[in-house]
Each structure stands twice: as structure tokens, then as C-alpha cells.
Design a protein around this ligand. Structure first.
Ligand SMILES: *Cc1c(COP(=O)(O)O)cnc(C)c1O
Length: 358
């Protein structure tokens, strides 16, 4: 039996990926010119699928990049001249902040300890912030920001552009895109695809701001919003894109829609409930995130008590169950379990049986 990957990225591939890959090879899709009508049709298919999956309002554009990391940089280059504000509660939100600092922006942040979320009602965002950057799901600590909190940010702080890193929360997170300005993800986490493709969802407010700044500063050149948008209106890309990634994404999104996003959300919550209930009762493990409302349904982080986490990881691996290690300083004390759509309830049950025997 092939192992099951509960790692939070790269992650278990969605079960239909192998068949789609073979079909793509059979149809010689990966030799197609990216200027051909067939490619435009593929981009359109991905676009329509993602619009339906996320219930995207009119006016949103969907651009493809190389990674989510690239979108951190491009969003700051295109959408800020001076300042950004970041909610930092782990390694990924901190990296978004670092990109702003590298670009010389006056980047400010509110930071809470690893494993904690934010009290939205107590938040203050400086007037001058052009972009408010949040991480919907901190893959490093297993803390998620409830979507209602993200929506409330728009009410509290209507001015700054609201940018949502949803890399390890998509497609589960039921974000109302009319209450944010941009969001992004890469495909090797919740979509269960091979790495190497970033997806950037961008509304008109962002395009207006980018147009104001165009010509005044470096915007990322070929991957400026202006350039991406110009190409997008023809379902084209500024350079040869990851056709393999786009092809697999278009087809897996079709599969997710056939199953229905509501069912995927229910299944995610049911599996998360099983995992957290186990952690709460276990003597060997405990949930790292204390506040239940901040516990991520998609990336479950557990403390390992009384023995090195590496022992647990190795023991599981010999049974064909691959879980992630703790992040950074927590490597020796924690494990991370991805609960993405590619992981079935039967997979989770099998993992729970193995965890109980440890
Ligand atoms: C993995 C991850 C990223 C980075 O994605 P890349 O595809 O490696 O650029 C960014 N944000 C979050 C929350 C992530 O989990």
C-alpha cells in the first residue's frame, strides 16, 4: 500500500490527479502553445471552475503565478507605495511582513504569540496603511482566523486593501470575497496538486490602486497587475505558464464542484472534529491551539508529551502514515496533520487507530 501523506504541503494528491495526468499526456496538452485557442479554453475552464468554487463576485480576475510566495511580493509591489500592516501569528504571516520590509515599505504589524489568534475587536490599524495583510490559516501553528472575523475587518477598516493568504485554508474556507480585495493560494496544499502554481484572485479596487501606482515604482514588470490583467482578458499569461499545473487544477476543481463544496466543507469539519476530540482525550497528545474558535480545521497541530515528536513520526511512517513535523522551534515537540480534501475519512480513521496504539 502506498503511504498516505498527512503533510501540510506538499500534501497527499487528490485521488483523481493520476488519471487527469495520464489524460493530459495522452492528449499531448503539455506541448500546446500557450498562445493557442486550446490553452485559452483551458484557462477559461480553470477560471469558470474557480469562480464557481469560491462564489467569486463579478469583477474579480484570476491570475496565475509561480507560487504564493511570489504573490506576497507582487501584491506589495503593485498595491503599496509606502506602507502595509500585517497580522502576524506564525511563520507564514511573518514572511509576508518580511517581504514588505525587503521592499522598503514602512511595514507595521501586530504580533501575537505562536499558537494564538487575534482579538479582532481590540485591533488598531494605522490610518496610513494601504494594505492590510492577513493569513487566514497559519500553516506553521495550526491557527485559523474564522471567516466572520475576516469579514468584520472590512467593517472596522474599510480603507486599506484587504489581502488574504488562504494557501492552506482553500478551498475549505468559506470566504465572502465581496468583503476582501484579494486572496491567493498555491496548489500543493488544499487542492492536492503538484507544487509550482500560485493563484491570485484580484478585485477592481486592487486594479485601480495598481493603475494609480503604475509608472511611479517597480511593480514586478511582466507580473505587474497591469500586465497580468491585460493578458487575462484574453485568457492569456505574460509568459509561458505552468500548463501542467493549470490543467490539473482545472480538472480537480471540476471534481470538487461535482462533489459540491458544501460536502467538502462538511467532511473537513467532521474529520477535524474526530482529530481534535482524540487529541483532547489522549495522554500522549494535546491540541496546541487553546481557543477552539482558532483551531484550524485544515491543519491540526498537536503537542507530543513525554517523548520526542520524531519518534512518533517514525512510528507512523512505518505504518504508511506520513505526518508533518512541528514548525521551526517546535520541531521536536509537535506534529502537524493536514486535513485537506485529498485525505478521506477512512484515512483519518486509520491514522487515529495508529495514534491510539502509540
Ligand atoms: C505554504 C504556504 C505559503 C507559501 O507557498 P509557496 O507555494 O511555497 O510559495 C504561503 N502561505 C501559507 C499560509 C502557506 O502555508
Amino acid at each position: 500500500m502506498a503511504p498516505v501523506y498527512f503533510t501540510p504541503g506538499p500534501a497527499q494528491l487528490y485521488p483523481t490527479v493520476a488519471q487527469h495526468l495520464q489524460n493530459g499526456l495522452d492528449k499531448q496538452v503539455f506541448s500546446l502553445s500557450h498562445r493557442s485557442q486550446a490553452f485559452k479554453d483551458l484557462y477559461r475552464k480553470a477560471d469558470e471552475g474557480l469562480r464557481a468554487l469560491f462564489n467569486l463576485p463579478q469583477g474579480y480576475a484570476i491570475y496565475f503565478t509561480g507560487s504564493a510566495t511570489e504573490i506576497w511580493e507582487r501584491s506589495l509591489q503593485n498595491l503599496t507605495a509606502q506602507s502595509s500592516f500585517h497580522l502576524v501569528n506564525g511563520s507564514f504571516s511573518k514572511k509576508y511582513l518580511s517581504h514588505a520590509q525587503w521592499l522598503g515599505r514602512q511595514a507595521q504589524a501586530v504580533q501575537v504569540p505562536f499558537g494564538e489568534g487575534f482579538d479582532i475587536d481590540a485591533l488598531a490599524v494605522p490610518q496610513e496603511a494601504e494594505l492590510l495583510a492577513i493569513t487566514q490559516n497559519e500553516t506553521s501553528s495550526g491557527v485559523c482566523m474564522p471567516v466572520q472575523d475576516i469579514h468584520a475587518l472590512r467593517t472596522y477598516f474599510p480603507e486599506p486593501l484587504l489581502s488574504v493568504d488562504m494557501v492552506s485554508g482553500a478551498p475549505y474556507a468559506a470566504l465572502d470575497f465581496s468583503k476582501v480585495d484579494m486572496a491567493f493560494f498555491s496548489v500543493q496544499k488544499g487542492f492536492g496538486l503538484p507544487a509550482g502554481l500560485g493563484v491570485w484572485l484580484v478585485n477592481e479596487r486592487c486594479r485601480e490602486k495598481a493603475a494609480q501606482l503604475e509608472g511611479q515604482q517597480y511593480t514586478g514588470g511582466h507580473y505587474s497587475i497591469a500586465s497580468l490583467q491585460e493578458q487575462y482578458t484574453q485568457f492569456q499569461t505574460p509568459c509561458t505558464p505552468n500548463v501542467l499545473g493549470i490543467y490539473l487544477l482545472a480538472h480537480v476543481v471540476e471534481d470538487l464542484l461535482a462533489k459540491s463544496i458544501a460536502v467538502i466543507r462538511q467532511e473537513t469539519e467532521a474529520k477535524a472534529l474526530k482529530l481534535y476530540s482524540f487529541l483532547e482525550e489522549s495522554a500522549l497528545f494535546s491540541p496546541f491551539v487553546q481557543k477552539p474558535q482558532h483551531r484550524s480545521p485544515t491543519v491540526v497541530v498537536a503537542n507530543v508529551e513525554g517523548r520526542p515528536a520524531a519518534e512518533v513520526i517514525t512510528a507512523l511512517k512505518t505504518q504508511g502514515l506520513v505526518v508533518g513535523s512541528g514548525y521551526g522551534a517546535f520541531k521536536d515537540r509537535q506534529i502537524r496533520i493536514a486535513n485537506f480534501p485529498a485525505v478521506s475519512e477512512a484515512d483519518v480513521d486509520q491514522l487515529l487507530i495508529a495514534l491510539k496504539k502509540l
